[in-house]
Design a protein. Structure first.
Length: 320
Protein backbone atom coordinates (compact mmCIF):
# COMPACT_ATOMS: atom_id res chain seq x y z
CA UNK A 1 0.00 0.00 0.00
CA UNK A 2 2.84 2.39 0.88
CA UNK A 3 4.32 1.62 -2.56
CA UNK A 4 1.16 2.81 -4.35
CA UNK A 5 0.96 5.95 -2.20
CA UNK A 6 4.58 6.75 -3.06
CA UNK A 7 3.95 6.26 -6.80
CA UNK A 8 0.87 8.49 -6.62
CA UNK A 9 2.82 11.28 -4.92
CA UNK A 10 5.60 11.06 -7.51
CA UNK A 11 3.04 11.22 -10.35
CA UNK A 12 1.27 14.18 -8.77
CA UNK A 13 4.58 16.00 -8.34
CA UNK A 14 5.58 15.34 -11.96
CA UNK A 15 2.19 16.62 -13.19
CA UNK A 16 2.56 19.80 -11.15
CA UNK A 17 6.01 20.44 -12.59
CA UNK A 18 4.73 20.03 -16.15
CA UNK A 19 1.94 22.63 -15.68
CA UNK A 20 1.67 24.83 -18.77
CA UNK A 21 3.34 28.23 -18.39
CA UNK A 22 0.25 30.19 -19.43
CA UNK A 23 -1.53 28.97 -16.32
CA UNK A 24 1.12 30.38 -14.01
CA UNK A 25 -0.03 33.56 -12.25
CA UNK A 26 1.73 36.64 -13.55
CA UNK A 27 3.68 38.78 -11.11
CA UNK A 28 2.25 42.28 -10.64
CA UNK A 29 3.82 44.89 -12.87
CA UNK A 30 4.47 48.24 -11.24
CA UNK A 31 3.57 51.51 -12.92
CA UNK A 32 7.23 52.36 -13.46
CA UNK A 33 7.72 49.16 -15.48
CA UNK A 34 4.95 49.97 -17.97
CA UNK A 35 5.84 52.53 -20.59
CA UNK A 36 3.10 53.61 -22.92
CA UNK A 37 4.52 54.48 -26.31
CA UNK A 38 2.01 56.05 -28.64
CA UNK A 39 2.21 57.78 -31.98
CA UNK A 40 -0.68 60.21 -32.49
CA UNK A 41 -1.87 61.61 -35.79
CA UNK A 42 -4.60 64.27 -35.76
CA UNK A 43 -6.76 65.06 -38.75
CA UNK A 44 -6.72 68.85 -38.65
CA UNK A 45 -8.75 71.68 -40.17
CA UNK A 46 -7.82 72.66 -43.72
CA UNK A 47 -7.80 76.47 -43.37
CA UNK A 48 -5.12 78.15 -41.30
CA UNK A 49 -7.34 79.82 -38.70
CA UNK A 50 -5.70 81.19 -35.56
CA UNK A 51 -6.85 79.58 -32.33
CA UNK A 52 -8.53 76.53 -33.87
CA UNK A 53 -6.98 73.29 -32.72
CA UNK A 54 -4.81 71.77 -35.41
CA UNK A 55 -2.06 70.08 -33.41
CA UNK A 56 -1.39 68.72 -29.96
CA UNK A 57 -0.71 71.33 -27.28
CA UNK A 58 1.14 71.02 -24.00
CA UNK A 59 -0.85 69.21 -21.30
CA UNK A 60 -3.55 67.98 -23.69
CA UNK A 61 -5.23 64.98 -22.07
CA UNK A 62 -6.42 61.75 -23.70
CA UNK A 63 -8.29 58.97 -21.91
CA UNK A 64 -7.48 55.43 -23.05
CA UNK A 65 -9.79 52.45 -22.45
CA UNK A 66 -8.90 48.82 -23.02
CA UNK A 67 -10.89 46.01 -24.63
CA UNK A 68 -14.21 47.82 -24.59
CA UNK A 69 -14.23 48.31 -20.83
CA UNK A 70 -14.75 51.73 -19.26
CA UNK A 71 -16.49 50.78 -16.02
CA UNK A 72 -14.98 47.74 -14.29
CA UNK A 73 -11.24 48.30 -14.50
CA UNK A 74 -10.75 52.00 -15.12
CA UNK A 75 -8.56 53.63 -17.75
CA UNK A 76 -5.23 55.22 -18.56
CA UNK A 77 -4.84 59.00 -18.66
CA UNK A 78 -2.02 60.32 -20.82
CA UNK A 79 -0.81 63.88 -21.21
CA UNK A 80 1.11 65.56 -24.02
CA UNK A 81 4.53 66.97 -23.18
CA UNK A 82 5.34 69.67 -25.70
CA UNK A 83 9.05 69.95 -24.83
CA UNK A 84 9.55 66.22 -25.41
CA UNK A 85 7.01 66.07 -28.25
CA UNK A 86 5.54 62.89 -26.85
CA UNK A 87 2.69 61.50 -24.75
CA UNK A 88 3.51 60.54 -21.17
CA UNK A 89 1.60 58.51 -18.61
CA UNK A 90 -0.26 60.86 -16.27
CA UNK A 91 -2.16 58.31 -14.18
CA UNK A 92 -3.85 54.91 -14.12
CA UNK A 93 -7.43 54.73 -12.84
CA UNK A 94 -8.65 51.62 -11.02
CA UNK A 95 -6.78 48.38 -11.66
CA UNK A 96 -6.50 48.95 -15.42
CA UNK A 97 -2.71 48.74 -15.30
CA UNK A 98 -2.54 45.25 -13.75
CA UNK A 99 -5.33 44.01 -16.03
CA UNK A 100 -3.54 45.23 -19.16
CA UNK A 101 -0.19 43.94 -17.89
CA UNK A 102 -1.66 40.44 -17.72
CA UNK A 103 -2.39 40.49 -21.48
CA UNK A 104 -0.09 40.24 -24.45
CA UNK A 105 -2.33 42.08 -26.90
CA UNK A 106 -5.76 43.58 -27.28
CA UNK A 107 -7.61 46.64 -28.51
CA UNK A 108 -7.81 50.10 -27.05
CA UNK A 109 -10.08 53.07 -27.57
CA UNK A 110 -9.06 56.68 -26.99
CA UNK A 111 -11.07 59.88 -26.70
CA UNK A 112 -10.11 63.54 -26.54
CA UNK A 113 -12.21 66.62 -25.90
CA UNK A 114 -10.54 69.98 -25.23
CA UNK A 115 -12.56 70.90 -22.15
CA UNK A 116 -9.89 69.83 -19.66
CA UNK A 117 -8.57 73.39 -20.13
CA UNK A 118 -11.80 74.87 -18.74
CA UNK A 119 -12.66 72.56 -15.89
CA UNK A 120 -14.28 69.71 -17.82
CA UNK A 121 -13.91 66.06 -16.86
CA UNK A 122 -14.85 62.52 -17.90
CA UNK A 123 -17.74 60.76 -16.17
CA UNK A 124 -18.28 56.97 -15.94
CA UNK A 125 -21.18 56.87 -13.51
CA UNK A 126 -23.89 56.49 -16.15
CA UNK A 127 -22.42 55.42 -19.45
CA UNK A 128 -19.28 57.22 -20.59
CA UNK A 129 -19.46 60.96 -21.11
CA UNK A 130 -17.59 64.22 -20.94
CA UNK A 131 -18.94 66.86 -18.56
CA UNK A 132 -18.46 70.61 -18.57
CA UNK A 133 -17.51 72.53 -15.43
CA UNK A 134 -21.26 73.09 -15.02
CA UNK A 135 -21.86 69.32 -14.87
CA UNK A 136 -23.74 69.15 -18.17
CA UNK A 137 -22.85 66.85 -21.08
CA UNK A 138 -20.20 68.45 -23.26
CA UNK A 139 -21.38 69.17 -26.81
CA UNK A 140 -18.62 70.01 -29.23
CA UNK A 141 -15.31 68.80 -30.58
CA UNK A 142 -14.33 65.15 -30.03
CA UNK A 143 -11.36 63.28 -31.44
CA UNK A 144 -11.45 59.51 -31.12
CA UNK A 145 -9.63 56.30 -31.99
CA UNK A 146 -11.52 53.00 -31.97
CA UNK A 147 -10.32 49.39 -31.86
CA UNK A 148 -6.64 50.27 -32.09
CA UNK A 149 -4.41 47.23 -31.46
CA UNK A 150 -1.92 47.24 -28.61
CA UNK A 151 0.77 44.83 -27.46
CA UNK A 152 2.42 44.14 -24.11
CA UNK A 153 5.93 42.71 -24.03
CA UNK A 154 8.41 42.69 -21.14
CA UNK A 155 6.26 45.11 -19.16
CA UNK A 156 6.04 47.56 -22.05
CA UNK A 157 2.72 48.72 -23.50
CA UNK A 158 2.94 49.81 -27.12
CA UNK A 159 0.26 51.26 -29.40
CA UNK A 160 -0.12 53.48 -32.43
CA UNK A 161 -3.28 55.58 -32.23
CA UNK A 162 -4.72 57.75 -34.97
CA UNK A 163 -7.10 60.34 -33.56
CA UNK A 164 -9.79 61.68 -35.90
CA UNK A 165 -13.02 63.70 -35.50
CA UNK A 166 -15.92 61.42 -34.61
CA UNK A 167 -17.98 62.76 -37.52
CA UNK A 168 -16.95 63.09 -41.15
CA UNK A 169 -18.03 66.72 -41.38
CA UNK A 170 -16.99 69.29 -38.82
CA UNK A 171 -16.89 73.07 -38.78
CA UNK A 172 -15.01 75.07 -36.18
CA UNK A 173 -15.49 78.67 -35.08
CA UNK A 174 -12.94 80.93 -33.42
CA UNK A 175 -13.29 84.44 -32.01
CA UNK A 176 -10.96 86.77 -30.13
CA UNK A 177 -11.46 86.45 -26.35
CA UNK A 178 -13.10 89.82 -25.78
CA UNK A 179 -16.21 90.84 -23.88
CA UNK A 180 -18.60 93.45 -25.21
CA UNK A 181 -16.77 96.14 -23.21
CA UNK A 182 -13.41 95.09 -24.65
CA UNK A 183 -12.11 93.33 -21.54
CA UNK A 184 -10.38 89.98 -21.99
CA UNK A 185 -12.46 86.83 -21.47
CA UNK A 186 -9.50 84.68 -20.47
CA UNK A 187 -7.07 86.21 -18.01
CA UNK A 188 -3.70 84.45 -17.89
CA UNK A 189 -3.17 85.81 -14.37
CA UNK A 190 -6.54 84.70 -13.01
CA UNK A 191 -7.22 81.41 -11.28
CA UNK A 192 -8.43 78.45 -13.31
CA UNK A 193 -11.80 78.65 -11.60
CA UNK A 194 -12.25 82.29 -12.63
CA UNK A 195 -11.33 81.50 -16.22
CA UNK A 196 -13.64 78.48 -16.21
CA UNK A 197 -16.56 80.64 -15.17
CA UNK A 198 -15.80 83.26 -17.80
CA UNK A 199 -15.52 80.78 -20.67
CA UNK A 200 -18.31 78.41 -19.67
CA UNK A 201 -20.82 81.24 -19.53
CA UNK A 202 -20.96 81.18 -23.35
CA UNK A 203 -22.65 78.77 -25.73
CA UNK A 204 -23.06 78.92 -29.51
CA UNK A 205 -26.01 78.19 -31.77
CA UNK A 206 -26.03 78.01 -35.56
CA UNK A 207 -28.83 78.26 -38.07
CA UNK A 208 -27.96 76.96 -41.52
CA UNK A 209 -29.88 79.66 -43.37
CA UNK A 210 -30.25 83.10 -41.82
CA UNK A 211 -33.44 83.73 -43.81
CA UNK A 212 -35.30 80.51 -43.08
CA UNK A 213 -36.96 78.71 -40.19
CA UNK A 214 -34.40 75.89 -40.18
CA UNK A 215 -33.75 74.80 -36.59
CA UNK A 216 -30.39 75.28 -34.98
CA UNK A 217 -27.96 72.50 -35.73
CA UNK A 218 -28.09 69.72 -33.12
CA UNK A 219 -24.62 68.67 -31.97
CA UNK A 220 -23.57 65.29 -30.59
CA UNK A 221 -22.39 64.08 -27.20
CA UNK A 222 -20.39 61.05 -26.15
CA UNK A 223 -22.69 58.57 -24.42
CA UNK A 224 -20.90 55.22 -24.07
CA UNK A 225 -18.15 52.80 -25.06
CA UNK A 226 -19.36 49.51 -26.54
CA UNK A 227 -17.88 46.08 -25.85
CA UNK A 228 -16.30 45.94 -29.32
CA UNK A 229 -14.24 49.06 -28.59
CA UNK A 230 -16.33 51.59 -30.52
CA UNK A 231 -17.67 54.80 -29.03
CA UNK A 232 -21.34 55.63 -29.07
CA UNK A 233 -22.54 59.20 -29.66
CA UNK A 234 -26.04 60.53 -29.25
CA UNK A 235 -27.73 63.39 -31.04
CA UNK A 236 -28.37 65.94 -28.35
CA UNK A 237 -31.93 66.73 -29.51
CA UNK A 238 -33.86 69.96 -29.38
CA UNK A 239 -33.26 70.55 -25.68
CA UNK A 240 -29.52 70.90 -26.20
CA UNK A 241 -29.33 72.85 -29.45
CA UNK A 242 -26.09 74.61 -28.64
CA UNK A 243 -22.38 73.83 -28.53
CA UNK A 244 -20.05 74.35 -25.59
CA UNK A 245 -16.85 76.41 -25.68
CA UNK A 246 -13.24 75.40 -25.39
CA UNK A 247 -10.15 77.55 -25.34
CA UNK A 248 -7.12 77.73 -27.65
CA UNK A 249 -5.90 81.31 -27.74
CA UNK A 250 -9.50 82.44 -27.87
CA UNK A 251 -13.10 81.34 -27.61
CA UNK A 252 -13.59 78.22 -29.76
CA UNK A 253 -16.59 76.11 -30.76
CA UNK A 254 -17.04 73.08 -33.02
CA UNK A 255 -20.08 71.57 -34.72
CA UNK A 256 -19.97 68.01 -35.99
CA UNK A 257 -22.05 66.49 -38.77
CA UNK A 258 -22.41 69.97 -40.19
CA UNK A 259 -23.10 70.78 -43.83
CA UNK A 260 -24.69 73.61 -45.79
CA UNK A 261 -26.89 72.93 -48.79
CA UNK A 262 -26.07 74.36 -52.22
CA UNK A 263 -27.59 77.78 -52.67
CA UNK A 264 -27.44 78.76 -49.01
CA UNK A 265 -25.78 82.18 -48.91
CA UNK A 266 -25.57 82.82 -45.18
CA UNK A 267 -25.66 81.17 -41.77
CA UNK A 268 -26.87 82.81 -38.59
CA UNK A 269 -24.68 82.40 -35.50
CA UNK A 270 -25.99 83.16 -32.03
CA UNK A 271 -23.74 83.63 -29.01
CA UNK A 272 -25.45 83.18 -25.63
CA UNK A 273 -24.13 84.67 -22.39
CA UNK A 274 -25.64 82.92 -19.37
CA UNK A 275 -24.15 85.43 -16.92
CA UNK A 276 -25.90 88.47 -18.40
CA UNK A 277 -28.80 86.51 -19.97
CA UNK A 278 -28.07 88.24 -23.25
CA UNK A 279 -27.61 86.81 -26.74
CA UNK A 280 -25.93 88.22 -29.83
CA UNK A 281 -26.48 87.37 -33.51
CA UNK A 282 -23.96 87.47 -36.33
CA UNK A 283 -24.80 86.68 -39.96
CA UNK A 284 -21.93 85.03 -41.79
CA UNK A 285 -22.13 85.58 -45.54
CA UNK A 286 -20.65 82.50 -47.13
CA UNK A 287 -20.02 84.22 -50.45
CA UNK A 288 -17.60 86.64 -48.77
CA UNK A 289 -15.90 83.95 -46.69
CA UNK A 290 -12.94 83.08 -48.88
CA UNK A 291 -11.93 80.23 -46.57
CA UNK A 292 -15.32 78.50 -46.91
CA UNK A 293 -14.98 75.31 -48.96
CA UNK A 294 -18.24 73.48 -48.10
CA UNK A 295 -16.23 70.40 -47.21
CA UNK A 296 -15.22 68.55 -44.10
CA UNK A 297 -13.10 70.31 -41.48
CA UNK A 298 -13.91 73.90 -42.46
CA UNK A 299 -13.11 76.70 -40.05
CA UNK A 300 -14.23 80.29 -39.56
CA UNK A 301 -12.72 83.22 -37.72
CA UNK A 302 -15.55 85.31 -36.31
CA UNK A 303 -15.35 88.97 -35.26
CA UNK A 304 -14.84 89.67 -31.58
CA UNK A 305 -17.91 90.53 -29.56
CA UNK A 306 -16.73 94.14 -29.24
CA UNK A 307 -15.67 94.58 -32.89
CA UNK A 308 -17.42 97.16 -35.10
CA UNK A 309 -17.80 97.61 -38.85
CA UNK A 310 -16.93 100.69 -40.93
CA UNK A 311 -20.24 102.31 -39.93
CA UNK A 312 -19.37 101.97 -36.24
CA UNK A 313 -21.98 99.27 -35.70
CA UNK A 314 -21.26 96.08 -33.79
CA UNK A 315 -20.95 92.98 -35.97
CA UNK A 316 -22.76 91.08 -33.25
CA UNK A 317 -26.29 92.45 -32.87
CA UNK A 318 -27.67 92.27 -29.37
CA UNK A 319 -31.11 90.65 -29.07
CA UNK A 320 -33.69 92.52 -27.04
Amino acid sequence: MKKYILLFCIAAFAFACSKPENLEPMAPVSEDEILLEVDFTVTDGTPDVKGIKKAWANNDVIYVFFNGDYYYHGYLKIKYNNSQKKWLVDSWEGDAQSVVAATTSGILSAVYAPIDKIGGYIDRTSGLSYKTAKGTSYLGLYLIAEKAPYTVSNGKLTATINMVPHEEKMVQFYMEPKHRDGSTIYDTYASNEENNQEINRFTLQVKKNANSAVAFQNPYRLSSLLDDGSFQFSNSGALYNYVDPYYYGGLCFALTDFSVNTGVEAILIRLNDSKTNKSYDFTLQLSSASWWNNKAYSAFKLPALNQKDSSDNYYWKENN
